[in-house]
Design a protein around this ligand. Structure first.
Ligand code: PSV
Ligand code: MN
Length: 395
């Protein structure tokens, strides 16, 4: 058998690489201090689909768009047919369905962990609606981020809240259809700053386990305390068959929602290395999603740049010589092992990725192709008036 060339390895990796884009990444978003309104930002779900389709056309890697129920289907299940029409019109499918349990006034003291049985009931009803939306759309994943928590020690019973969450997640799991999954996201801070009810992967894993076999853990790369070894968490979740997917983004300080790979590309490379070394069978169902909302960069450009960067880092990680690395690790040849690992990271895979794009009939340089297409200029003109009325201040 002839040895695989670097191009073969990159091509095989990129042929299977898919990454979902978030609908909210195309809309005006900001920080808690306000929004910088962009004239080209999407103002409707139709415009979000149009932007997502543009990213997929240029990269060939993002055929699905994540939906946030309250923002994209404000009418709930009644809006499903609208989404289905948009799928047909733009040629991209609905991806994960994200319930919204953090925005309504009633969730001030929590949603499924709220001391009020009535509010917990409303939150569960929203989760069940989201499950039905997922079924109707044929989207495999309902992706839960529970923003619940408290700001001051002693003000809430952490113990009781665990019980309430277990109950709600159990009910939600019982409603899942065949092949449908429930992804449980964790986050140690924000919006609450003393305790978050699902603060880390251990809590998410235990809650998912107790809910049932179709519940898995979702790792958002921005949701860890500084210095956390995320690839180790990934490896453990793979080991116990509980890694559901990722929300990729990068950060310098907190949950900064910066472009993936922009601050620490080596970290994403290390995560992808764990995915590659676990093998295809173990990682088949793992969903790759982007969770970023660009505050300063142009929305569509930033999303294309994100997908391209993810492809490059995934391709680099595919170049790690796994057999050789394993031998070096086992014989504790530390420097050689590290150099073997770093060698792949320092390869400039861009010419290979470019050749792969050309071989697949895709634009060799998606960002240049985006500029040349005039798409951003067109949407900036078409949406300018609508965006002029957008609210920038929170005061
Ligand atoms: C929360 O920070 C989060 O990561 C969750 O995934 C939300 O659904 C998403 O961001 C959108 O704001
Ligand atoms: Mn997230």
């Amino acid at each position: 058998m002839t040895a695989k060339t670097h191009f073969d390895r990159v091509s095989e990796a990129l042929d299977r690489f898919r990454i979902e884009v978030p609908s909210w990444g195309f809309a005006n978003t900001g920080t808690r201090f306000g929004k910088f309104v962009q004239s080209g930002a999407a103002t409707t779900i139709e415009e979000k689909f149009s932007d997502a389709a543009q990213v997929n056309r240029l990269t060939g890697a993002s055929p699905t768009v994540a939906l946030h129920v309250l923002w994209d289907l404000p009418g709930g299940i009644a809006d499903v047919s609208n989404i289905q029409n948009l799928e047909k019109q733009f040629g991209v499918r609905s991806g994960s369905v994200n319930p919204n349990l953090f925005q309504d006034q009633e969730y001030k003291f929590g949603s499924i962990a709220n001391p009020s049985a009535e509010i917990r009931g409303r939150a569960i009803a929203h989760l069940l609606d989201s499950v039905e939306i997922g079924k109707a759309l044929g989207s495999p994943d309902v992706s839960l981020w529970i923003a619940d928590g408290s700001n001051y020690p002693g003000t809430q019973s952490i113990k009781k809240r665990i019980g309430w969450m277990e109950e709600a997640l159990g009910i939600t799991h019982a409603a899942l259809g065949e092949g449908q999954r429930m992804l449980v996201e964790y986050k140690p801070f924000e919006p609450a700053f003393y305790h978050t009810d699902i603060a880390d992967w251990g809590m998410a894993l235990e809650l998912a386990r107790r809910a049932g076999p179709q519940a898995k853990v979702l790792v958002d790369t921005g949701h860890h305390l500084q210095g956390c070894n995320i690839e180790q968490i990934v490896t453990w979740l793979l080991h116990v068959g509980a890694l559901g997917g990722f929300h990729f983004n990068d950060r310098k300080y907190s949950d900064d929602d910066l472009t993936l790979g922009s601050i620490d590309p080596y970290q994403l490379f290390r995560i992808f290395h764990e995915i590659h070394s676990a093998g295809e069978a173990a990682t088949k169902g793992v969903a790759f999603m982007i969770d970023q909302s660009h505050n300063l960069k142009g929305k569509v450009e930033a999303m294309v740049q994100s997908v391209v960067t993810a492809q490059e880092l995934y391709a680099k990680a595919a170049l790690v010589d796994l057999d050789r690395l394993s031998e070096l690790q086992d014989s504790c040849c530390l420097v050689e092992a590290e150099e073997c690992f770093r060698d792949a990271f320092w390869q400039d895979v861009r010419p290979l990725v470019r050749a792969w794009r050309e071989a697949r009939g895709l634009p060799a340089d998606p960002l240049t192709a985006l500029r040349e297409s005039g798409y951003v200029d067109r949407i900036s003109r078409d949406r300018e008036r609508k965006n002029a009325g957008a609210v920038a201040s929170y005061a």
